[in-house]
Design a protein around this ligand. Structure first.
Ligand SMILES: Nc1ncnc2c1ncn2[C@@H]1O[C@H](COP(=O)(O)OP(=O)(O)OP(=O)(O)O)[C@@H](O)[C@H]1O
Ligand SMILES: [Mg+2]
Length: 431
């Protein structure tokens, strides 16, 4: 599937032309059809799904290229130039080589060597049918990696079935994975296909495999060895051809030592083993991810991207992200939802917000961390915020009164309060 040519505009235009051509073929098929039989409907659906994925792929790629351009955001309404969500340009040769080889990994950003190691392994593993085990902390992109492997393999247009092994009650596990025959147990009102059968010819993603109880592990092992399943309550064996990708945030070797994971199953699943690094080990990617998810969240919320105050940006660049990329993404969505034109520390979730998110002295930030311009801005932000707080205190939180006293436009004043995360009600006199 050729989605993107890193050669710039020409590649992009060619890909668009290719897509348009495919859409035209579908349109003329539909225009001249007098009757459409079910198999044709299925075929058209498959074509439409492929087109949708390709369009999504293109849009991801375009955003990535734009993001690398580090476009400036619009200026804040108070006239001060906001801190743009700027990116460091990446010139990773390995990343470009992956793109040039048409390896599709939309949505997977960064050119940290550990991430590229993982992507290069995935690239080689994808066209094979070998089982892949993806491990890494929560939120590091294991599921995304499983989809990348599926999308780049020969089964890309076949089903991708995801099973969360940690979320199935023990009693339903077998029926969930292998299906059941009508009447096999109370509540089995009909014959039902299991996940393995649904994934026939495609990929089955066994998420949180470390949570699978031992009896389930034995059954899974049997399927991996025989490529056959039996529905619960049936003697009939059914051949299944499903490519296995498993993921875990546990250390399976440790679980083996503790006796809660079968060693033979581990070796069956981990023919190819991909480990995703935690975000704190790829901090170089944080600016790119802030920019990407800043843009994505703004688009999703139908608003302009939020500018970040220097101290918020500084926090986001240094924070440890125990929830990894998912946590960073959630934080950017939160900021885009809560902030006005400019996001500040007060827009961070309470449990990670620095204890003193109130005016921070420029002197408190290590000098080496700030450029002269940033230091000036921190100081000016600090003075502005202090002034607003004192003003609000004097008028007991009455914004209209403060605007009158300062001979200021009221909505401009509101914007400034928003920028600093100040709420007039917090200054109202009690009783
Ligand atoms: N390299 C990346 N670049 C951009 N976004 C990413 C990257 N890796 C993961 N993400 C995003 O981070 C979020 C979490 O990814 P994903 O669900 O794949 O993580 P996970 O490892 O399966 O997490 P968990 O262990 O909690 O299930 C998703 O929104 C995903 O799109
Ligand atoms: Mg996951």
């Amino acid at each position: 599937m050729k989605l993107y040519n890193p050669g710039g505009e020409r590649g992009s235009a060619m890909s668009y032309a290719g897509l348009l051509e495919k859409i035209e073929i579908m349109r003329s098929t539909l225009r001249w059809a007098t009757r459409i039989e079910r198999p044709d409907v299925e075929k058209l659906l498959r074509q439409a799904n492929t087109l949708r994925d390709e369009v999504m792929g293109l849009s991801h790629k375009e955003r990535f290229v734009q993001a690398l351009g580090g476009e400036r955001r619009t200026d804040a309404a108070d006239g001060t130039a906001p801190e743009p969500l700027r990116l460091e340009p990446s010139h990773g040769e390995r990343r470009r080589a992956l793109l040039a080889r048409s390896f599709v990994f939309e949505g997977t950003f960064g050119d940290n060597p550990k991430l590229l190691d993982a992507l290069e392994i995935a690239e080689k593993a994808a066209p094979t049918d070998l089982p892949v085990l993806v491990d890494g902390e929560s939120g590091t992109g294991k599921e995304l990696m499983a989809k990348v492997i599926h999308a780049n393999g020969s089964r890309a247009d076949k089903p991708y079935i995801s099973v969360n092994c940690g979320a199935i009650p023990d009693s339903l596990l077998e029926s969930e994975l292998f299906g059941h025959k009508k009447g096999a147990f109370t509540g089995a009102a009909n014959d039902r296909k299991g996940k393995f059968e649904s994934a026939h010819k495609g990929t089955i993603f066994l998420d949180e495999i470390g949570e699978l109880p031992l009896p389930g592990q034995v059954k899974l092992l049997r399927v991996l060895q025989s490529h056959e399943i039996q529905r619960v309550g049936s003697d009939e064996t059914i051949s299944v051809d499903a490519r296995i990708v498993a993921a875990t945030n546990k250390n399976l070797r440790k679980l083996i030592e503790q006796g809660s994971f079968r060693e033979d199953l581990f070796y069956r699943l981990s023919v190819i083993h991909v480990t995703l690094p935690p975000l704190r080990e790829r901090k170089d990617e944080i600016p790119l991810l802030i920019a990407y998810y800043g843009d994505e969240s703004a688009e999703a919320l139908g608003r302009a991207p939020v500018a970040l105050t220097p101290r918020l940006r500084d926090f986001l660049l240094r924070y440890g992200y125990p929830g990894n990329i998912r946590e960073l993404r959630n934080i950017m969505y939160r900021i885009s939802c809560l902030a006005g034109e400019t996001g500040d520390l007060s827009h961070l979730p309470e449990d990670i917000r620095p204890v003193n998110a109130l005016p921070q002295s420029a002197a408190a930030v290590p000098a080496a961390a700030l450029s002269m311009a940033e230091a000036k801005r921190v100081a000016s932000d600090e003075a502005e915020r202090g002034c607003l707080e004192r003003g609000l205190q004097e008028v007991g939180g009455n914004v209209a009164e403060l605007a009158r006293r300062w001979e200021m436009n009221r909505s401009h004043l509101q914007i400034l309060l928003k920028k600093h995360g100040l709420h007039s009600k917090d200054f109202r006199k009690q009783g």
